[in-house]
Design a protein around this ligand. Structure first.
Ligand code: ADP
Ligand code: MG
Length: 451
């Protein structure tokens, strides 16, 4: 029996097993390209279909084929047209060396300022999502301490906050040739310094150290919420610096008013300067970021691959860089350019796949933590405004991440399925119009990752 006939018979059997729509969606456009040493190579129109068929129907297909061809042992799946398209390309020794040098450089912060020299203003790609934050950063560099103080920048994970605030420090240091001294500190470090200064009875030392700078850059301030002693020390440090026009730059994963259990006096200080947010980069900006990273690494990728990455990795620039790093690594070790489907595999592995690990209870817990309300509030019948949005978001996430049915979601939330449909649709529509809603949802997902 030739491969064509074998595949025709196999498909006929599959068509009986599956619904017509399912068959048409996933298998209609498939081919058996070759059969060699018991391995059968099946090609599908796109990587989505490939993944689906591979995961869901592999066993049944193999079972059917075995009835016709007992020598068949295993199946392999590819996307149409990619088999012969993989064009080998040697990566030069220079590229690998440059990349390694760069990686070394990246791991070393400046001992004086604690700033990492890789974060510069010129390597920061500007687009609609971060325009305002970038313009404010430039204004602050030009007029340190007097223009916008404090400068408070917030946004979801991996969107460039650390990059931008460190770039402000690096730029100030080089532009003013050491006359204006920046100091960078993650807020966890500030907390641990406060704690150890108390234990070692060196609180005065600690105070002096933090006040001995001209620009204090503090990263991820949301972590100090609820740590009273740290909040207090930070409040005093803030006032001491602010009082003498020293610049304060702060980053956070959310706006000041959304940081839970933050003392009111600190919140109002944070809101007293300029607040700017960083949102998700749009497609063109993602392409620009990829190109910038390629330029930094002195290497290239085909336009097709750049487009593929930009289309698939949307919500986190750090993940986007992670994908690029893996591609470079593969190219450097295997010395070939990767095919599109290889790249898709890398993307799939690098971008986090919640649905395998997350449960609906974890989603409710994450939503309740984020909004600082109880799970009972979310699932209760109360109609208070503070709980309506969290409740709708919870339903939306259970649908989006777990793909649960509406009746299931309704029951989980103590409601009927029409309410579930309404909520999921509403959030789904608003998410596109309202960037702060998108950000909230991203942050809740981040809580879920950390689990
Ligand atoms: P955050 O602090 O917001 O979680 P980071 O500043 O650590 O995110 O950014 C994650 C990675 O993405 C960094 O390596 C950073 O250089 C890169 N990145 C983010 N935004 C940009 C941008 N606009 N231009 C260039 N690189 C960016
Ligand atoms: Mg950061």
């Amino acid at each position: 029996m030739d491969t064509e006939q074998l595949w025709r018979l196999t498909l006929a059997e599959m068509e009986v097993q599956l619904s017509r729509a399912t068959f048409a969606t996933w298998l209609k456009d498939s081919h058996l390209i070759e059969s060699k040493d018991g391995t059968l190579l099946i090609s599908l129109p796109n990587s989505f279909a490939k993944e689906w068929v591979e995961n869901k129907y592999q066993k049944s297909i193999l079972g059917i084929i075995r009835n016709f061809d007992s020598a068949a042992k295993k199946l392999e799946f590819v996307v149409h047209g990619t088999v012969s398209e993989i064009s080998p390309r040697r990566v030069t020794a220079m590229e690998v060396e440059n990349f390694q040098k760069k990686m070394q450089l990246e791991s070393k912060p400046d001992p004086e300022t604690n700033l990492n020299p890789r974060y510069t203003m010129s390597s920061f790609v500007v687009g609609g999502a971060n325009e305002l934050a970038f313009a404010a950063a430039q204004a602050i560099i030009a007029e340190v301490g007097t223009k916008y103080n404090p400068f408070f920048i917030y946004g979801g994970v991996g969107l460039g906050k650390t990059h931008l605030i460190q770039a402000v420090g690096n730029e100030i240091k080089s532009r003013y040739q050491g006359k204006i001294r920046p100091k960078y500190v993650p807020s966890e470090k500030f907390t641990s310094d406060v704690v150890s200064s108390i234990i070692n009875k060196r609180v005065e030392d600690m105070k002096r150290r933090y006040r001995d700078c001209d620009v204090l850059i503090i990263d991820d301030i949301q972590f100090i919420g609820g740590k009273e002693k740290t909040e207090e020390e930070f409040f005093h440090t803030f006032n001491a610096l602010y009082g003498v026009n020293k610049q304060i730059v702060i980053s956070s994963d959310r706006p000041p008013q959304s940081i839970p259990i933050l003392e009111e006096r600190l919140r109002s200080r944070f809101e007293g300067g300029l607040t700017a947010d960083i949102g998700y980069p749009e497609y063109e900006m993602r392409v620009a970021i990829i190109k910038e990273k390629l330029r930094e690494r002195n290497t290239g990728l085909s336009e097709k691959i750049v487009d593929l990455i930009a289309r698939k990795v949307k919500k986190n620039v750090r993940e986007l860089e992670g994908v690029l790093n893996k591609i470079f690594f593969h190219q450097a070790t295997k010395k070939i350019e990767l095919s599109e489907s290889d790249v898709e595999d890398i993307i799939k592995k690098s971008t986090k796949n919640f649905s395998d690990r997350v449960t609906d209870d974890q989603i409710l817990k994450a939503v309740s933590e984020f909004f600082n309300i109880s799970v009972e509030d979310i699932t209760s019948r109360g109609r208070k405004k503070e709980v309506v949005e969290p409740r709708q978001i919870a339903m939306y996430l259970i649908r989006e991440i777990l793909d649960m049915s509406y009746p299931y979601i309704g029951e989980k939330m103590g409601r009927d399925h029409t309410t579930a449909i309404h909520s999921v649709e509403k959030i789904g529509q608003e998410i596109n119009k309202n960037s702060s809603l998108g950000q909230k949802i991203n942050l809740i997902k981040e809580l879920l990752y950390k689990g």
